[in-house]
Design a protein around this ligand. Structure first.
Ligand SMILES: Nc1ncnc2c1ncn2[C@@H]1O[C@H](COP(=O)(O)OP(=O)(O)OP(=O)(O)O)[C@@H](O)[C@H]1O
Length: 591
């Protein structure tokens, strides 16, 4: 069952979802646990030298149990016993410190590695999720899940390994040893446990609710920030600063309220825990002191029991703080698991390495979820032909291209490449056979060269330079400070629209795929820029199957056939087009 469908997964079961990430690090984790056990044993030994001094040196009592064994073996008394006790105390403390350091390193480094793997998997999964997923999510929200939420998972995993495991080990170990010293002392020491347990359980439920609300509000804040900064030009031009500020204040307020609720809960829980521990200490003093007076145990044993009880309270306190990290981690784990639970497209059928470069749409329907966009569309683009789709805005032209590029799946019907159903083809097959030039080529930060290389990452430098020359990239790159090596800003800031399109064409040329999809590649360019681009596009179309959408006569003139799409349906060939003065009218159709 998917995690997101569960009514209320427990705190650890949410994190347990990620257990498979721990498997490769089990050796490191097991060694870490061993160090923790060693540390616990060293900690258990720490109060005994004090008891030895109280009972054996100061009290001159007859020693019992482990104290007697040690003294008999060493054959020392008086001053010699003092030296042995001091040396042992130092040794146990140093040993505990060394094992603490080793255990911490092993556990925390495993936690860090596990988180790095989760982060890598979430990113990789995000890149492969269908467009229908990305259409519904904002960039900021996903970025927040990728970074902040995985960081919180890391915090909680590290805490599970460095606080929870050792804490539980210490509490259980100490309780067992106090009971072994004397069952009456054990009973008193453990009497506080049920109260602490129920308080912690209630506390974790409340803090988890606050953590969920906080993460949701922070996600919305990140989404709003990313969107506003992306559209900062529009914000400046239209002057919408106040509107965005108001929206931000709403989400910020929600995050603040959830944060304050966590602070309040934490502030309430700590005194409750302190009160419980104070009661436990008082009871132990009372019973322990009475027992020492009655001769049930020595003063030294009472000191050991009190030291153990104090040592039990330390992890109890850190466990209470841990519940805050864990609840935040669990809320984040839910948000990350929500992404990992979305299935990617599974196209697993192996296709031949090369097929005929034809494209065919059979009775295709498409609905993005807001009504039918394409209706019973049948389109044939034989290998080597050039078909242009024309039609009014919103007719569905880009949607046809998106289907052929495999970005969306048709609601009904089939899309075929070389006679093979796209549904059954691996994404890598599509990438090899289809190159796409969009209306506005997206450039990543990095050099011009690196951006062209994305077309075929294994291409040689010569091939990239050739593609750049053919697409006219070299022409403008000569004027850039470092030619093709010039670094571009985010989204290719620093290049004009026409220059970005040339980089897009160079990418497509480098890919050298038999089918080319052009989605209004010259729209938004002036006539001179378009003319400069048309030559490069001619080269790209040469010998390839082309399906393009365009309103521009210069490109329509390059097509063998023009299909007109209106309201998601293709007009029959030769049918009169709309009477509106559109550039795609029949007059633009080549003979
Ligand atoms: N990702 C999407 N999610 C939901 N609806 C979409 C999506 N993409 C397009 N649409 C809708 O589908 C319809 C067709 O859009 P499409 O972009 O395919 O038209 P077009 O003919 O290419 O338009 P234009 O000439 O303006 O580019 C429009 O009503 C649009 O709102």
């Amino acid at each position: 069952m998917r995690l997101t469908q569960r009514a209320e997964p427990t705190l650890l079961s949410t994190l347990w979802r990620f257990r498979s990430y721990g498997v490769p690090h089990r050796g490191r984790l097991a060694l870490g646990v061993l160090c923790r056990v060693g540390e616990l044993l060293a900690d258990l030994a720490v109060p005994w030298p004090i008891a030895l001094v109280i009972d054996g040196v100061l009290g001159h009592h007859r020693l019992h149990g482990p104290q007697a064994v040690v003294v008999d073996r060493l054959g020392v008394s008086g001053g010699g016993l003092l030296v042995v006790a001091a040396a042992a105390s130092l040794l146990f403390t140093l040993l505990s410190g060394a094992l603490d350091y080793l255990g911490d390193r092993l556990m925390n480094s495993a936690g860090e590695r596990i988180t790095a793997n989760i982060r890598a998997d979430v990113f990789s999964h995000l890149l492969r999720l269908p467009m229908t997923f990305h259409d519904r999510r904002s960039v900021g929200e996903l970025t927040s899940r990728m970074s902040s939420d995985t960081n919180r998972i890391e915090d909680s995993l590290v805490d599970v390994f460095s606080t929870l495991l050792p804490g539980v080990l210490t509490i259980v170990g100490l309780a067992a040893v106090i009971t072994a010293l004397d069952w009456r002392l054990g009973l008193v020491a453990m009497s506080a446990a049920p109260l602490v347990f129920f308080a912690a359980k209630r506390y974790s439920r409340l803090t988890r609710d606050a953590a969920r609300k906080r993460r949701a509000a922070e996600g919305q804040l990140a989404a709003l920030t990313a969107e506003t900064i992306t559209g900062i030009r529009t914000v400046h031009v239209v002057g919408t600063q106040d509107v965005h500020e108001e929206e931000f204040a709403g989400y910020n307020g929600a995050a603040l309220r959830a944060g304050l609720r966590s602070v309040d809960l934490r502030a309430r829980f700590t005194p409750l825990l302190e009160a419980t521990s104070a009661c436990g200490t008082a009871a132990l003093l009372l019973v322990g002191g009475y027992g020492a007076l009655q001769g049930w145990w020595t003063a030294g044993i009472l000191v050991v029991a009190l030291a153990y009880f104090r040592d039990m309270l330390r992890p109890l306190r850190s466990l209470s703080r841990l519940s805050l990290t864990l609840t935040a981690g669990a809320a984040s784990a839910e948000r990350v698991a929500e992404i990992l639970d979305v299935p990617t497209h599974h196209r697993t059928v192996r296709a031949p390495s090369r097929v005929e470069a034809s494209v065919r749409l059979e009775n295709v329907r498409l609905d993005y979820g807001r009504g039918q966009v394409l209706t019973d569309l049948a389109l044939d683009v034989p290998a080597g032909s050039r078909v242009a789709l024309s039609g009014p805005n919103g007719a569905g032209k880009s949607s046809v291209l998106a289907l052929v590029a495999g970005l969306y799946r048709p609601t009904a019907g089939r899309v075929l490449i070389g006679g093979l159903d796209l549904e059954t083809l691996e994404p890598s097959f599509l990438r090899r056979h289809i190159a796409v030039v969009l209306q506005d080529t997206f450039l990543f930060s990095g050099s011009v060269f690196a951006n062209v290389l994305l077309g075929r990452p294994d291409a040689s430098t010569d091939e990239v330079v050739q593609a750049c020359a053919a697409a006219g990239v070299l022409e403008f790159a000569e004027g850039l400070p470092e030619g093709l090596a010039t670094q571009l800003g985010d989204r290719g800031v620093g290049l004009s629209g026409g220059q970005r399109q040339r980089v897009g064409i160079a990418r497509a040329l480098l890919r050298d795929s038999p089918i080319v999809l052009l989605d209004e590649p010259t729209s938004g360019l002036d006539l001179a820029a378009e003319r400069a681009l048309v030559d490069a596009l001619k080269l790209l179309m040469n010998g390839r199957t082309v399906l393009m959408t365009t309103h521009r006569p210069a490109l329509l003139g390059l097509a063998d056939r023009i299909e007109t799409l209106v309201g998601g349906r293709l007009l029959p060939q030769g049918a009169p087009t709309l009477s509106a003065p559109q550039p795609f009218s029949a007059t633009a159709r080549p003979v």
